[in-house]
Design a protein around this ligand. Sequence first.
Ligand SMILES: NC(=O)c1ccc[n+]([C@@H]2O[C@H](COP(=O)([O-])OP(=O)(O)OC[C@H]3O[C@@H](n4cnc5c(N)ncnc54)[C@H](OP(=O)(O)O)[C@@H]3O)[C@@H](O)[C@H]2O)c1
Length: 287
Amino acid sequence: MSISYFAECTVLITGASAGIGREFARQLAPVVSTMVLVARRSDRLETLELELKVINPDLEIFPRPLDLRDHSEVERFCDWLDESGLAIDLLINNAGLGDYGPFADSEWERIDAMLQVNIHALTYLTYRILPKMQRAGCGAILNVSSTASFLPVPNMATYAATKAYVTSLSEALRAELRNSNLTVTVLCPGPVPTEFADVANRAGPGGTLKVAPEIFTVPVQDVVRDALNAVARDRARVVPGALVNLAMTTVAFLPMFIKRLLYQLKLGQPARPPEGHTPDYQAMGTR
Ligand SMILES: NC(=O)c1ccc[n+]([C@@H]2O[C@H](COP(=O)([O-])OP(=O)(O)OC[C@H]3O[C@@H](n4cnc5c(N)ncnc54)[C@H](OP(=O)(O)O)[C@@H]3O)[C@@H](O)[C@H]2O)c1
């Protein structure tokens, strides 16, 4: 595939201030005509704008600092998009975050942020932009999910569940749109060296999201190149990296009871009540 497939497109990228989103902006900059870049850190967006202008002086760039956790901000952004008259050809729903550690010890703010950014904002942006693509008669949506969407992930329970939603939504939309000129692709990366792990790790003592073994790590440039190739070829799903792909294909064929056994081996036996303790089931029922 040549990147020229995206020539003269208008692209919206969420989470453009870092990692995978910023790399999408860098790889698309030479060919697209217009970019709308969304993230909270406005200084990062401004720096990126300067960098992209060097790559392509004709590129029209709209940096939009925005907190995707806040529905009213997202709504106002969509209203601005409507008023601007910009017709998005390629929507890259990339912004997302994780949280590493046991669910019971989570802070609600972090759980809520994942639900708002990974699920709510992605769904709402799609809801507002898809009808305009339908009226225009063409368009592409690229949703950034994760290999975590293929199986429950202890210590990243909410994150994996949000990504299962993203993969499921993407596949269903793709099926709904099969007889149109609109495409939906879901990107499911394994470990990619970005700021993701720093954000996912909790402050204070506790577990740390380990950097995955080098052989499973895929450079951000390769992830984005594979994803853009997949959009251009109208692929449903892309899992970058041959080894990650193989591992995920294997996981897909494992029955759930085998996965549960593997979790037990990895996490150890569940805590047992103290010797002689009999649970009070009646009291439990009244809680
Ligand atoms: N890196 C990995 O190993 C990996 C693996 C699988 C899937 N993914 C997925 O890939 C996507 C990109 O992650 P990444 O690896 O590039 O992580 P990253 O380097 O931490 O970048 C995350 C991006 O999301 C934006 N974001 C987070 N919260 C936001 C909010 N409330 N409002 C607006 N923007 C927000 C951040 O911008 P601001 O902080 O400036 O707002 C940043 O631009 C995510 O959906 C992630 O789940 C990553």
